[in-house]
Design a protein around this ligand. Structure first.
Ligand SMILES: CC(C)(COP(=O)(O)OP(=O)(O)OC[C@H]1O[C@@H](n2cnc3c(N)ncnc32)[C@H](O)[C@@H]1OP(=O)(O)O)[C@@H](O)C(=O)NCCC(=O)NCCS
Length: 189
């Protein structure tokens, strides 16, 4: 192999240059998802949760209805986004889902969040959901930036929504309409 070609091949093999791809997750991804979620819990930037989750906890998220997606780079799971029921037991809200998105610390700021959220929107529309919503700490600039850039709107702020490590925190409610709801919303001119 010529040296230029070898250099190109080596570069393509470097983790940074591997493309990110996203796919539907399966319960066999539970350990990777738990590891990434636990980093987010420990970072204290994204959630009121403080109890670390086991792969078994995450496996229970797969309810056969709500899509969960993962992003891979070089064959490793480096991010995930999941949906879950908004108001369990309220059939009128069956098409509304809560979501979360988390990227491996070492891979943040490199397009993984955008890729995995695009896949989540795609899979949620395919599953017949009509709205994704979540709450984001007001000071989580990365998450607010990502979601704004992906068509989520900020509905309002829940003040002192809960305490994290003893301190009251405000959260922004975010939502995005999907499919028919996006096309027919009275708000969409
Ligand atoms: C928030 C998070 C999911 C974003 O994923 P990411 O892979 O880092 O983001 P991307 O590289 O795909 O960036 C996509 C867009 O998000 C925004 N963004 C990302 N990082 C940002 C930052 N630090 N500040 C402001 N905007 C940011 C930008 O609009 C960016 O688009 P651009 O690169 O064209 O400017 C990721 O940082 C993360 O896992 N953080 C910890 C957990 C968390 O906060 N989850 C959200 C819970 S609601």
């Amino acid at each position: 192999m010529g040296s230029a070609r070898a250099a190109r091949a080596a570069k393509l093999d470097a983790p940074e240059t591997h493309l990110v791809s996203a796919r539907l997750a399966t319960p066999s991804d539970a350990a990777s998802i738990a590891r990434i979620y636990n980093e987010g819990i420990q970072d204290r930037v994204a959630t009121f949760e403080t109890r670390l989750r086991s792969p078994e906890d995450v496996a229970a998220w797969f309810d056969g209805t709500h899509p969960i997606v993962v992003a891979e780079r070089a064959g490793s799971v480096v991010g995930f986004a999941d949906t879950s029921a908004y108001r369990p037991g309220r059939e009128c809200y069956a098409g509304v889902a809560e979501f979360n998105v988390y990227v491996d610390r070492a891979h943040r700021g490199r397009g993984v969040g955008r890729e995995v959220m695009a896949a989540l929107v795609r899979e949620s529309e395919a599953a017949g959901l009509w709205k994704l919503l979540s709450r984001v700490f007001t000071d989580n600039a990365a998450s607010r930036g990502l979601l704004r850039s992906m068509g989520f709107s900020e509905v309002g702020v829940y003040r002192c929504h809960a305490r994290l490590d003893g301190a009251w925190r405000d959260v922004v409610i975010v939502e995005r309409l999907l499919g028919d709801a996006a096309d027919n919303s009275p708000g969409s001119a």
